[in-house]
Unconditional design. Structure first.
Length: 280
């Protein structure tokens, strides 16, 4: 039976995720799994990110079982975005295998041509053999060079003690990788600690770019900062790829996207949060 329920448990997902330490392989078993909406995609990829984080290792080879996998059209964008972000953050190489007749014919047509995909196989053993031929990057840990200095962050952060609003200006800022995320969030965190209080967060995302290699760390640091220091968070962006990604993750990560089109609308939302907090 193809698995279709949205409310899938961690136990069910963990049964589909395994780590082969000797080969440095993370195996994701999507066999007979039905990605029927964006929430299902996000739920599975949230768990993949959590399980990788629990290993303490950033880099793994990815082995993906696609036997009988179904991905509905409305889930494709989320599946593509989350998969690309996970690969760029944690993969040393990814291979897929699918025993379907359609895949077998595709491999036969593409063999010995420029269209041949060396990362798609019809059986697990061949996929494993391909991964074992790939070089490990763990001993060559990627150390990202910083793209910014502290002065780049200073003008983008402000505190209004009268309204208790901390405003973060990510407008037209690009997070290229995890180092950019950590540098900016370390600065924000230090400034908040110095105030010794919590704040309403107002986040300007106009023109902000969070590249796939930065998304996992951006989501992690943002979640931690909100849990530790936010009275409520409102974001504003006049439509963007970043907004779309935030809305995707919000479906399963326990937060409201709270994105408005303009700064005034976001401030009004904070006013509503303030009222609810006071009444509560």
């Amino acid at each position: 039976m193809t698995q279709t329920q949205t409310a899938i448990s961690d136990t069910d997902l963990d049964a589909r995720i395994s780590f082969h330490d000797a080969d440095q392989i993370m195996e994701a078993n999507f066999s007979n799994f039905h990605f029927h909406d964006t929430q299902t995609v996000n739920r599975f990829y949230d768990r993949l990110e959590d399980r990788i984080a629990q290993t303490g290792e950033d880099l793994w080879f990815f082995l993906v079982n696609l036997n009988g996998t179904r991905i509905d059209p409305e889930a494709w964008t989320a599946y593509s975005r989350r998969g690309r972000a996970l690969n760029l953050s944690h993969s040393m190489g990814s291979v897929r295998f699918d025993a379907s007749e359609e895949t077998r014919r595709q491999i036969e047509r593409a063999a010995n041509t420029e269209a041949f995909d060396p990362n798609l196989f019809s059986d697990r053993d061949s996929a494993l053999a391909r991964l074992r031929d790939l070089p490990s990057k763990r001993r060559k840990r990627i150390v990202h060079d910083p793209n910014y200095v502290t002065a780049d962050f200073v003008r983008r952060l402000s505190f209004d003690e009268d309204t208790l609003i901390m405003e973060v200006d990510f407008s037209h800022f690009t997070f290229h990788h995890s180092r950019d995320v950590d540098d900016f969030y370390d600065f924000i965190q230090d400034r908040i600690i110095a105030t010794d209080r919590k704040w309403f967060f107002l986040v300007n995302l106009n023109g902000c770019e969070i590249l796939p290699g930065a998304w996992v760390q951006y989501a992690l640091r943002g979640k931690r900062l909100n849990e530790a220091a936010s009275l409520g968070t409102a974001r504003f962006a006049a439509g963007s790829e970043t907004e779309a990604d935030i809305r995707l993750r919000a479906e399963t990560q326990g937060f409201r996207p709270n994105i408005r089109n303009t700064r005034d609308e976001a401030i009004a939302l904070i006013g509503e949060m303030r009222k609810d907090l006071t009444q509560g």
